[in-house]
Design a protein around this ligand. Structure first.
Ligand SMILES: NC(=O)c1ccc[n+]([C@@H]2O[C@H](COP(=O)([O-])OP(=O)(O)OC[C@H]3O[C@@H](n4cnc5c(N)ncnc54)[C@H](OP(=O)(O)O)[C@@H]3O)[C@@H](O)[C@H]2O)c1
Length: 335
């Protein structure tokens, strides 16, 4: 390794109230620690910015420990190994894993995997990364779509939603997206191949569902929660499956989350609502990545990333997710 570089680290220093602010983080230059036995040094190239990050900043019980105050903010990333004391990795390898929001990461390599740099590295944060795995297992394992059924997905042009809709099309379903704005809806139909897309910011969602889901809704893949979930519940079919993947409309709430008032539709329709957490499928990521890789090569899947630049802009760029200012998987290029 050449002269050890300084590590630019973004640490969580206070628990945000509402949307995370710049003052909730510190930005420091720190010496890169010497590598111990079995460790590798990774230079971060791209960071995955995810809605879940907002939840990780909160105290309290969840599917994963909160980020401790003073710790480097948790994040997935892709980077280049610049030094290695670990036989699994060599300098020059490109890897994905939890690099966290910092320019250099020292790790024992657990949870890191080599990636093929002949593909755009950002794909490993999207279709071939955590959002892609979420879409694949959430839709196929929990949603269980069958050919001819109607699948509705919210956050339809986002990282998870776009892949959900495309997989549902591959499986022969009638696919209806819900997204914010005409441009995103046009993209869902013209580029992603959805059958229809409802612009929830300018259209009546209930009316849109009536018009585009003539046979009702068999699978609803929910990325947003709130009113949209409540409205979709009024259109579900007998034995419908509601996949609770996320509820981005609620993550910055300063008042308790309100549940859907139309939940009795589950009773009437003998329907099922199930939460999913992608990490539960970690032992099967390889299987999904192989299938998604094939669909990418065959041109059946598009992977669109929205790249912003500069680790110091982390808080402001993260905020884009909650205002719908990302068009595709939000990625932060480091450096
Ligand atoms: N369960 C799991 O294991 C798991 C794993 C990954 C992600 N997730 C969840 O999946 C969801 C999507 O994540 P992603 O990474 O794919 O993000 P994304 O969809 O790429 O970006 C977030 C999008 O959410 C929409 N949005 C923001 N505020 C909204 C609101 N108030 N009402 C309706 N829509 C709103 C915006 O799209 P519009 O412009 O269309 O409004 C925005 O672009 C999130 O809820 C996330 O937490 C869950």
């Amino acid at each position: 390794m050449t002269a050890p570089a300084m590590n630019r680290a973004v640490r969580l220093i206070s628990r945000p109230v509402g949307e995370a602010k710049r003052s909730d983080f510190s930005f420091t230059d720190e010496a890169v620690p010497a590598l111990g036995d079995g460790q590798i040094l990774v230079r971060t190239l791209y960071l995955s910015l995810d809605p879940a990050m907002r939840g990780w900043m909160n105290e309290g019980k969840s599917y994963i420990e909160p980020v401790a105050l003073g710790d480097v903010m948790r994040a997935g990333g892709v980077g280049e190994v610049v030094a290695s004391n670990n036989p699994r990795f060599a300098a020059g390898d490109f890897v994905s894993g939890m690099t966290n929001v910092q320019t250099f990461c020292v790790t024992d390599g657990r949870g890191f995997a080599k990636v093929d740099p002949s593909l755009a590295l950002t794909i490993y944060l999207n279709v071939l990364g955590m959002p892609g795995m979420t879409a694949y297992f959430g839709l196929l394992e929990s949603g269980q779509p069958k050919a001819g059924e109607t699948v509705v997905v919210s956050g339809a042009t986002g990282a998870v939603g776009a892949t959900v809709g495309q997989i549902a099309k591959i499986k022969g379903c009638h696919v209806v997206g819900i997204a914010g704005g005409r441009e995103k809806c046009d993209y869902a139909v013209k580029e992603l191949g959805f059958d229809a897309c409802i612009d929830y910011k300018n259209q009546d969602v209930r009316k849109g569902l009536k018009e585009s889901c003539l046979k009702g809704v068999d699978v609803y893949f929910d990325n947003v929660g709130g009113e949209i979930l409540d409205t979709v519940l009024t259109r579900i079919n007998l034995k419908a499956r509601i996949v609770i993947c996320g509820a981005i409309s609620q993550y910055n709430n300063t008042v308790p989350v309100k549940g859907p008032s139309n939940y009795l539709s589950l009773l009437v329709n003998r329907a099922r609502m199930e939460g999913i957490v992608v990490f539960d499928y970690a032992p099967r990521y390889k299987e999904a990545a192989a299938q998604m890789g094939q669909w990418l090569r065959e041109g059946k899947l598009l992977s669109k990333e929205h790249v912003e630049v500069g680790i110091d802009h982390f808080p402001e760029v993260l905020g884009k997710l909650f205002r719908g200012e990302n068009f595709g998987k939000l990625v932060l290029k480091v450096g």
